[in-house]
Write a protein that binds this ligand. Structure first.
Ligand SMILES: Nc1ncnc2c1ncn2[C@@H]1O[C@H](COP(=O)(O)OP(=O)(O)OP(=O)(O)O)[C@@H](O)[C@H]1O
Length: 342
């Protein structure tokens, strides 16, 4: 059987973060959790889809029952149906005794079908029958067994496009897409980063790693990064920085150095995200205020003033400043030099 864990871990506080997107998600989870309706969770890899699924389970009347996560991408070949639906002795070579599948293991609880978009079409047809009839028939048997399972599925694919392109059954899509929850990319909710980082540093200290905090510069650098690997990548970067930290306070420079090794360090933000990020960054450091603007400014003077303001806001993190300004780091470096700010 392909279940990663059968029993639910105790429910902890769950989703960390207070961005508008996370607050909305928390409210949607609370609204949908008490019902038995199927749930489809979408969002990029590492954005917290499994955590959302666990939250739905933990806040439902099934919380005392099992939470069974299944990685649908690994359900391939002959054994896939048996992994989901179980089999009876003699069903195929090597089936020496009856075995329950993930559906029966999740009876009374929640079955989490992770990476549902990867499931092969023949298995989708079998899954549809079970979802519709709430009866599971083990491989090699004709006797169906009623099951009481809530299905929560997740995908990082655009399932409607998969339907249009014939890789995902439309009828199954609509059976699963009763409640839709969206785990957003971390780059779209940078104001969650300080709380997530603090939680992860606390968890890492609890796991025996050095107890560290982040400087304001380090927080600004984390908030300005694009996070292609989302929350999972944030945790990994923090773990690396704790291991490498010479002092209990992690500096902006050490975070920048780690992020330079990751992808998309220099990717500019869209105008909208840049505005959100600028508003969410921690208060700028105490630097001498900019000279009062003259009544009339040339374009060059205006550019210089905005450059200084952006550099202050990002604690002189040039990659972050470039992203906020929507230009490449090379372009920013040229402007810094041209305006004598180096
Ligand atoms: N809002 C959050 N609060 C606290 N921890 C989070 C949050 N979001 C994600 N995490 C943590 O980030 C890691 C990745 O999350 P998770 O496995 O749920 O992502 P996923 O979207 O299911 O990823 P994948 O698509 O790769 O399976 C986990 O350790 C999870 O606990």
């Amino acid at each position: 059987m392909n279940a990663r864990r059968l029993a639910s871990p105790p429910h902890t506080s769950g989703l960390v973060g207070s961005s508008a997107a996370t607050c909305r998600l928390r409210a949607e989870i609370a609204r949908a959790a008490p019902f038995a309706s199927n749930v489809l969770i979408t969002g990029p890899s590492g954005a917290g889809k499994e955590l959302v699924a666990r939250e739905v389970h933990a806040l439902s009347a099934r919380a005392g029952g099992p939470f069974v996560p299944v990685d649908c991408a690994s359900l391939v070949g002959e054994l896939m149906a048996s992994q989901l639906f179980g089999h009876v002795a003699g069903a195929f070579t090597g089936a020496n005794c009856d075995a329950v599948g993930c559906f029966q293991a999740a009876n009374g609880g929640t079955l989490f079908l992770d990476e549902i978009g990867e499931m092969e079409l023949p298995l989708q047809a079998k899954l549809l029958r079970v979802v519709q009839e709430r009866v599971v028939t083990p491989v090699g048997s004709y006797a169906g067994r009623p099951i009481d399972v809530r299905i929560v599925a997740a995908t990082n694919r655009n399932l409607l496009r998969e339907v249009r392109e014939g890789r995902f059954r439309e009828d199954l899509y609509y059976r699963l897409h009763v409640v839709h929850l969206q785990a957003s990319a971390l780059r779209d909710r940078p104001d969650d980063i300080p709380a997530l980082a603090a939680t992860f540093l606390q968890q890492l200290a609890g796991e025996g790693l050095p107890c560290c905090t982040l400087s304001l510069e380090a927080i600004a650098a984390l908030m300005a990064y694009a996070w292609p690997g989302n929350v999972r990548q944030l945790r990994n970067v923090l773990e690396q920085s704790v291991i490498e930290a010479a002092e209990p306070t992690i500096t902006g420079r050490s975070i920048e150095r780690l992020l330079e090794e990751e992808q998309y360090y220099d990717e500019p933000l869209t105008d909208e995200s840049a505005k959100e990020l600028a508003a969410a960054l921690p208060s700028p450091p105490l630097l001498p205020p900019l000279p009062a603007s003259p009544a009339w400014m040339t374009l060059a003077e205006l550019e210089r003033e905005h450059l200084v303001r952006t550099l202050e806001l990002t604690y002189f993190n040039r990659a972050a400043a470039a992203r906020l300004l929507g230009i490449s780091r090379q372009a920013l470096l040229r402007k810094i030099e041209r305006h004598g700010l180096a």
